[in-house]
Design a protein around this ligand. Structure first.
Ligand SMILES: [Zn+2]
Length: 277
């Protein structure tokens, strides 16, 4: 195992990594918590039945105090208080703080997109399964360093932040699980990091959609696209074009809905946009 530890800086160097930038530490629902861990081998960390990303602490600011850092995504539905992760079979507790996200009320003209018909529901449930499976992807890419930060995938103002408590035509719906970037129709959308395409489709609510797997439980979702330029199973480099901005699915105008998941928890994408801040 000593050999493995000695090889780590080499492994990181082979990815041209002098420093591994981490997402922001934000221990709230919809946030990410950093858990510095000790051990010779990379620990297997499980949170709410999902595998958690663990990166070597070597190239991070935790280098002096830890061997590894677990990056745990916290679901929006989590409550403030004590949570537990399992590390190699042992439980470790951590605290999450409360966060009150703002309310948003939207008027959707297409009533069917708010109260779908039974036939629509059959389609919606089928699509939901496909989307949820893709978002929960786990892979361990060997061709690039662990992805812990993301570029902004499209240029434009943030028209709806992550976490808004939403009402469509005065009916309460799930909170906003992504970040909306407003941009004119047909503006480019790029891959914010190396990835593999794990789903593409034209879905009832999300419209034309691409889902990317960046490895180690980090996935990202691109909705309401006008055009899709990638294929299922394709491997992408940072900056490759995914397609263009559109207004497909349940929308009030052209924009990109960008969702980011870590260990299957929907988290605030801006926490990973360290480089573009
Ligand atoms: Zn959105």
């Amino acid at each position: 195992m000593k050999y493995l530890l000695a090889a780590l800086p080499l492994l990181l160097a082979s990815f041209n990594l002098t420093a591994l930038e981490l997402p922001l530490n934000s221990p709230v629902p919809g946030g990410i918590i950093h858990l510095p861990l000790q051990g010779k081998e990379s620990p297997k960390v499980i949170y709410r039945k999902h595998r958690v990303m663990v990166v070597p602490a070597t190239a991070t600011r935790y280098a002096d105090q830890a061997d590894w850092v677990a990056l745990v995504g916290i679901p929006l539905s989590a409550k403030a208080g004590t949570e537990t992760v399992n590390i190699n079979g042992n439980n470790l507790s951590f605290k999450i703080e409360s966060k009150q996200y703002k309310e948003q009320r939207l008027v959707i003209k297409n009533k069917r997109k708010v109260n779908p018909t039974p036939l629509d529901m059959t389609r919606i449930n089928k699509e939901k399964k496909e989307i949820l499976t893709a978002l929960a992807s786990w892979s361990e890419p060997k061709t690039h360093a662990p992805v812990t930060t993301l570029l902004k995938p499209a240029q434009g103002p943030h028209s709806s932040p992550f976490g808004l408590r939403r009402f469509f035509n005065d009916q309460p719906r799930k909170p906003h699980s992504g970040l909306d970037i407003a941009a004119p129709k047909n503006s480019p959308i790029i891959a914010p990091a190396p990835a593999k395409v794990v789903a593409t489709g034209d879905y009832f609510f999300n419209g034309r959609t691409v889902i990317l797997d960046h490895g180690n439980g980090l996935t990202s979702l691109y909705c309401h696209m006008n055009r899709i330029d990638v294929k299922l199973g394709e491997t992408l480099k940072t900056g490759d074009q995914l397609g263009t901005i559109g207004a497909t699915g349940r929308v009030t105008g052209p924009h990109l809905h960008w969702g980011v998941s870590l260990n299957n928890a929907r988290i605030d994408p801006t926490l990973l946009m360290v480089e573009s801040k």
